[in-house]
Design a protein around this ligand. Structure first.
Ligand code: ADP
Length: 376
């Protein structure tokens, strides 16, 4: 293994071999995500155990590392200890591959919903405690203008197996800076996501005083809040708010319609014992209009977070059906994919650059008209 050059953000990225400092247990895995397995590793000088995420070196990995590290110094965010840019020789592969290796604190307690599935006497109060941890994590990110954009149960890990273990947020692979300044192009957008148009409309209404609020339209942050609402709903009853009548592992148009229209219910048989305050939090988080959805500061000061009752919830029993739990996770991940805005700066070309036949014809027509009017 040897050092390699990094990419855009090389600050504090080590280029000497990780094996100088850590023993990596390449054959073991703590979990697997879209970028591959997360493996255990041991710090040579202290014998402490850590988790190692191995990312293909490139701009996207550098953004992940940069934003994760930016948010990392907080009790509800998984801490990043070290980052190495190394050429890694994987077993069975003759060619070394450029990788960013991220050493993180080891989260021994595993994923949130697996933990809940093992809890006896899981109450609203306990769910509110978990929600407080999640809210603290989101607060940390949003106050640094970072939207996480992948808030799902697999990315909420418990520090250990003790009763009072902290929940910490991880995986900044989709994180993005969101300061309310949507990249709205100054040339005519021939393609733009409907959400961007919604944001422009919201801003214009704000300017004209039609909307009496100074809340900036931070679409990506508001998606995080929607996700928190979905996670809370599931913690309270064991199933998701938006689901399709026809069972499918993929998002159906029926489900999309339900999400877009904000159509979900609190079925009486499962929700009759759940407090009105808990339902109020869910309603405010799943508000269909992102501009009106509760933001993280508002969530932090909601009374349910500190004053939830001791009502026992049915979710652990529902989660014990492993296949059902996998379906819930897949559906949530799929919904998040649908909600992420395309990167406007990448998808949009200026008209001058466009190769589109329609645009080229229109430009040609415009040029001829200008030439004609200049001649007359
Ligand atoms: P990806 O970005 O590839 O989806 P994640 O960062 O979400 O990868 O990690 C994948 C899985 O690995 C997690 O769902 C979890 O089970 C496990 N994992 C990740 N980070 C840690 C950690 N710090 N400690 C223990 N397990 C972890």
């Amino acid at each position: 293994m040897s050092g390699s050059s990094g990419g855009c953000d090389n600050f504090n990225i080590k280029t000497h071999s990780i094996t100088d400092d850590y023993i990596v247990l390449w054959k073991e895995k703590l979990g697997t995500g879209i970028t591959g397995p997360v493996r255990p590793c041991i710090k040579k000088d202290t014998r402490e155990r850590f988790a190692l995420k191995c990312l293909m070196d490139g701009p996207r990995a550098h953004t992940e590392v940069k934003l994760h590290r930016l948010c990392s110094d907080h009790s509800n965010i998984v801490r990043v200890l070290d980052v190495y840019a190394n050429d890694v020789l994987f077993p069975g592969d003759p060619h070394p591959k450029a990788r960013l290796l991220m050493v993180m604190e080891f989260m021994e307690g595993g994923e949130l919903f697996d933990r809940i599935s093992k809890e006896s006497g899981f109450t609203e109060r306990k769910a509110a405690k978990y929600l407080r941890h999640i809210t603290e994590a989101v607060y940390r990110c949003h106050s640094l203008n970072v939207a996480h954009r992948d808030l799902k149960p697999e990315n909420l890990l418990l520090k250990n197996n003790s009763e009072d273990a902290e929940i910490k947020l991880t995986d900044f692979g989709f994180a993005k800076v969101d300061d309310g300044n949507l990249q709205t192009p100054h040339f005519t957008p021939y393609y733009v996501a409907p959400q961007v148009l919604e944001a422009q409309k919201y801003k214009s209404k704000q300017r004209k005083g039609v909307i009496q609020t100074s809340k900036p339209y931070t679409y990506d942050k508001s998606c995080d809040m929607w996700s928190v609402g979905v996670i809370l709903y599931i913690m309270l009853c064991g199933y998701p708010p938006f689901y399709s009548e026809t069972p499918s592992r993929h998002i159906t148009s029926e489900m999309k319609r339900k999400i877009l229209s904000g159509k979900y219910e609190f079925p009486e048989e499962d929700w009759k014992f759940i407090s009105d305050a808990a339902k109020d939090v869910v309603r405010r988080l799943l508000h269909v209009d992102p501009g009106c959805r509760m933001n993280v500061q508002e969530l932090m000061s909601h009374p349910w977070l500190t004053d939830a009752p001791d009502t026992v919830l049915q979710s652990p029993a529902v989660f014990s059906n492993k296949e059902g739990l996998e379906d819930i996770k897949l559906a949530h991940a799929e919904q998040l994919t649908q909600m992420r805005l395309p990167d406007v700066s990448i998808t949009l070309k200026s008209i001058n650059e466009s190769q589109s036949i329609i645009i080229r014809k229109r430009k040609h027509r415009q040029n001829s008209q200008e030439e004609n009017s200049a001649e007359t």
